[in-house]
Design a binder for this molecule. Structure first.
Ligand code: ASP
Length: 293
């Protein structure tokens, strides 16, 4: 019997991703295909100023994109980081997975690989993103707004797939790469345990291998909700240990039975879109304070 498919995606703009992915899953398409189509809709939307086309540039005015994909059935994965002038970096990450023996290509190499494979150079700047960049340009090394689209899907055959794509922190230092293209940090998908993804301050998510941590917690019997909450606690705990303010992070997770969960730091307001049985709803994630995990 076909398994009821489900797709979840980060932030209010995740609704757009879910709207695209859910009908594909209903038609029997594989989880990863549907998740990439969903993520690409957000990459294409210039109004989303933290993903793809129209993303706020880095400190020197360049839009630099990061993305990764992972297939839960095969554990195949691919990623690109620091890519300029290529719009669909989630698809590019998939090509790295499918056409190379590597997992991660960066910068000029990733761009060269894209051009070899039919991608075209495009400006990722829009009048709005340039205006925003000028307006809020910080005087010091402060980095500002962010938000990544992470899409997790379960298809009718019971396989999981995930995608994470972002322009990263606005005003980031040139060359800075966050968690989003790092397998295990921004995304991790294993049919045998579950799928997890992240958004928020990438450095703190990398420090705890956030998505991998959540998947391993699910492997050991935690529900997606419990696992996400524990990951936020781990971030909080580390902040206490390091004597810094707890960073804003948010996690979401999905298992092979279609159970899902999400959690975020106390200081965040994180919502995510859930699509199943032809319906899409927005859910506000539970805020988690306190440490351990
Ligand atoms: N995690 C992204 C990064 O650090 C930003 C975000 O999702 O808010 O680049």
């Amino acid at each position: 019997m076909a398994i009821p498919p489900i797709v979840i995606a980060t932030w209010p703009f995740g609704k757009e991703a879910v709207e695209q992915a859910l009908p594909l899953l209903a038609k029997g398409k594989p989880a990863l295909d549907a998740a990439i189509v969903g993520a690409q809709a957000v990459e294409d939307n210039p109004k989303v100023m933290s993903v793809g086309f129209g993303g706020i540039p880095n400190r020197i005015g360049t839009v630099s994109l990061d993305a990764c994909v992972m297939d839960g059935k095969t554990m195949n994965c691919g990623a690109v980081a620091g890519v300029e002038n290529i719009k669909h970096v989630a698809s590019l990450a998939r090509l790295v997975m499918e056409k190379t023996p590597h997992v991660l290509l960066v910068g000029e190499g990733a761009k060269w690989f894209a051009l070899q494979n039919g991608f075209v150079l495009e400006t990722l700047l829009t009048p709005e993103s340039v205006a925003e960049w000028y307006k809020k340009r910080p005087k010091d090394l402060k980095m500002d707004g962010h938000d990544t689209v992470t899409v997790l899907a379960l298809d009718q055959t019971g396989h999981l797939g995930g995608v994470c794509t972002t322009s990263g922190l606005s005003y980031k230092l040139p060359g800075r790469v966050g968690d989003s293209p790092i397998i295990g940090a921004g995304l991790y998908v294993d049919d045998e345990a579950g799928a997890a993804g992240a958004t928020g301050t990438g450095e703190e998510i990398i420090r705890i291998s956030g998505s991998h941590l959540i998947v391993e917690l699910m492997r050991n019997g935690k529900s997606p909700q419990e696992a996400c909450e524990l990951a936020v606690k781990r971030v909080n705990q580390l902040a206490v240990r390091r004597g810094v303010h707890a960073a804003e992070v948010a996690f979401l997770a999905l298992d092979r039975k279609g159970n899902y969960g999400a959690a975020c730091s106390e200081s965040s307001q994180f919502s995510f879109a859930v699509g199943q049985s032809g319906k899409i709803e927005m859910i506000t994630a539970k805020k988690v304070s306190g440490g351990v995990g």
